[in-house]
Design a protein around this ligand. Structure first.
Ligand code: SF4
Length: 393
């Protein structure tokens, strides 16, 4: 009634689909979940094991770091071993330094290369300098093009992808001097690199604007999306909050930064960076996507917080219901403490378990009350109802 879309669907920024191995980022594809292993890339066995574990846990693209030529060669063995013993997991190589030879070598073995443009044209801090003129920027852009050209042409020829991964903490001297440590500086840094790719007619691009401050990260992605859209550039975005830390706060920071932008329709692939084992990042990614209705990879549980009207131990029942039903992704199940507010607030769940009176609960299919049973048989009867309906698997 107030122009609100209550269907749960949100308009998304239109992007092109960029292929990374057999996964596509952007277009009408689901938001892709990715992470990064923290093994030493020279440890081929360890990396193969870690990549496989992450992939089996739901990580669709796996990144690894490539700081030297020896590491680049090791990636070739890792990729081959994965293909022979498991499957061709889409891999991304992080080449941070000004190591074009390394990037060129590893580009043969991976599906996407990630570079940080701030680190690619080395600019010595010059205390005597009072400004950077447009001419300085032109010269730097030409130098960047010369540096990146072999990598871009190689990726283009192999039909592989490039992530332009800007980090708030590592902008070039020129960008820092001109724009300061700001979202504008981050966006300019990315756009300079994007223009080089476009001049070489290379468009398999994904862009990221990571920062550890959620507000900076969100501002940078929003500004980037506006600038790209204004110039009709539909490259997909990779979202992440760097150095989010660990535990509950790390998860909350990531969820706000990543989830906030996704809720605005921005973002095509996500990585939650926790100071914990990478396997811990994957459920957080899927929970963010599930909460926004962007992917339904688990059962959606709706439950009231309970209050003085609650007629049973709701926390315990929710655990039992979850244990019994969590293998049926796509379903939504409500557990509500009482019938006063319960049925109306079940958010259109497929099934409901609602306190009716002392010792009795009611089972719902959608908004329809199906039967009232003793609480002691509640969960068994809920399962029986699902079986009758043919949804139980
Ligand atoms: Fe309380 Fe009932 Fe609302 Fe649960 S559904 S919080 S028991 S009023």
């Amino acid at each position: 009634t107030h122009g609100l879309d209550t269907s749960g669907s949100m308009p998304r920024r239109q992007t092109r689909a960029v292929r990374v191995g057999d996964v596509y980022i952007g277009g009408s594809n689901p938001v892709v979940v990715q992470s990064m292993i923290n093994e030493d890339t020279l440890d081929v066995d360890g990396c193969v094991k870690a990549i496989r574990e992450l992939h089996e846990a739901g990580c669709e693209i796996v990144r690894l770091t490539v700081p030297s030529m020896a590491h680049a060669h090791a990636v070739g063995f890792i990729k081959q071993r994965l293909q022979e013993t498991y499957r061709d997991v889409p891999l991304v190589a992080d080449v941070h330094h000004n190591g074009m030879a390394i990037a060129l070598e590893v580009a043969k073995h991976v599906d996407k290369v990630r570079i940080n443009p701030g680190l690619y044209v080395f600019e010595k801090p010059d205390p005597t300098r009072t400004e950077y003129t447009p001419r300085d920027f032109q010269v730097a852009a030409a130098k960047l093009k010369e540096t990146l050209r072999p990598l871009i042409l190689s990726l283009k020829e192999q039909d592989k992808a490039l992530r332009i991964g800007v980090n708030h903490g590592s902008l070039s001297e020129r960008m820092l001097f001109t724009h300061g440590d700001t979202p504008e500086g981050m966006v300019e840094s990315a756009l300079e690199c994007v223009r080089v790719c476009r001049e070489l007619d290379f468009h398999n691009l994904v862009i990221s604007m990571k920062a550890s401050k959620v507000s900076v990260m969100m501002a940078a992605y929003r500004l980037l999306a506006r600038r790209l859209d204004a110039e009709h550039m539909d490259y997909p975005l990779h979202l992440g909050v760097t150095e989010a830390g660990d535990g509950e706060y790390g998860r909350i920071k990531s969820s706000i930064g990543i989830g906030g932008l996704l809720a605005e329709g921005l973002g095509d692939t996500i990585r939650v960076s926790l100071t914990e084992h990478p396997l811990k990042e994957i459920p957080v990614c899927y929970s963010i996507l599930q909460a926004l209705g962007l992917r339904r990879t688990m059962v959606e549980y709706v439950a009231c917080p309970s209050c003085g009207r609650t007629l049973f131990n709701i926390e315990e029942v929710l655990h039992v219901v979850r244990d019994a039903t969590k293998h049926m992704p796509g379903l939504s199940i409500a557990v509500m403490g009482c019938i006063v507010n319960g049925p109306g607030e079940m958010a259109d769940a497929d099934y409901g378990y609602v306190g009716k009176s002392a010792g009795k609960i009611s089972l719902y299919r959608g908004r329809e009350e199906i039967r009232t049973v003793p609480e002691s048989r509640g969960v068994a009867e809920l399962i029986a109802l699902m079986k009758e309906d043919g949804v139980w698997v």
